[in-house]
Design a binder for this molecule. Structure first.
Ligand SMILES: [Zn+2]
Length: 190
């Protein structure tokens, strides 16, 4: 699924990543001992609509003071964040389930995020484009369920319903299968 991404789920894992940094190799140049912490990425989402929250920790492969790094940066993401979108993985999961079962409009009204209808349409299209990559990644973990638990009212939503059912089968008993996907697959969901 392209470039490997790193994710952490909680403060404990964030600390563990920070402590291992000196032994971790840079994903760009493969040097070891060059990585240092380099601030944060911030953004809005429905959990904090007025104040930006941390989305990712930035890491720098240091080439300063004669260190042999490549000078590039990369980010270690919180598993519950969705890149370039102001909503959490939990809200996206809720939206997609409702969009499949009912409609994009009904789903956008039900999810507690102040995003415009155009943004919700864009999110849906982004999920549609990502579906084949998501399916491939999930097949490495478990076979798809034969049928989604409830067939969608709109037959054109069947492929999407199947992807969501597959996601849930791959990550059962977690509060948010999308966050679990990002964490386990080292990849952005969309
Ligand atoms: Zn490097």
């Amino acid at each position: 699924m392209g470039e490997e991404r790193w994710f952490y789920r909680d403060a404990e894992e964030r600390t563990a990543i920070a402590e291992r940094l000196k032994q971790t190799t840079c994903p760009h140049c493969k040097s070891a001992g060059t990585l240092i912490r380099h601030g944060f990425l911030y953004g809005f989402d429905e959990s904090s609509p007025r104040q930006k929250t941390v989305r990712a920790r930035r890491i720098f492969c240091s080439n300063r003071q004669a260190r042999p790094g490549c000078g590039r940066t990369f980010s270690v993401w919180i598993a519950d964040k969705i890149r370039r979108l102001s909503l959490t993985a939990g809200a996206l999961w809720q939206f997609l389930q409702l969009a499949v079962a009912a409609s994009i409009l009904a789903a956008s009204r039900a999810v507690d995020c102040r995003l415009s209808d155009r943004t919700w349409q864009r999110i849906w299209r982004r999920f549609n484009r990502a579906q084949s990559k998501i399916r491939t990644a999930l097949c490495g973990r478990c076979p798809p369920p034969e049928l989604p638990p409830r067939a969608p009212t709109n037959p054109s939503r069947l492929p999407a319903a199947q992807v969501l059912a597959h996601l849930q089968a791959a990550f059962p008993n977690v509060p948010c299968p999308i966050a679990a996907f990002q964490y386990a697959m080292h990849a952005f969901f969309i």
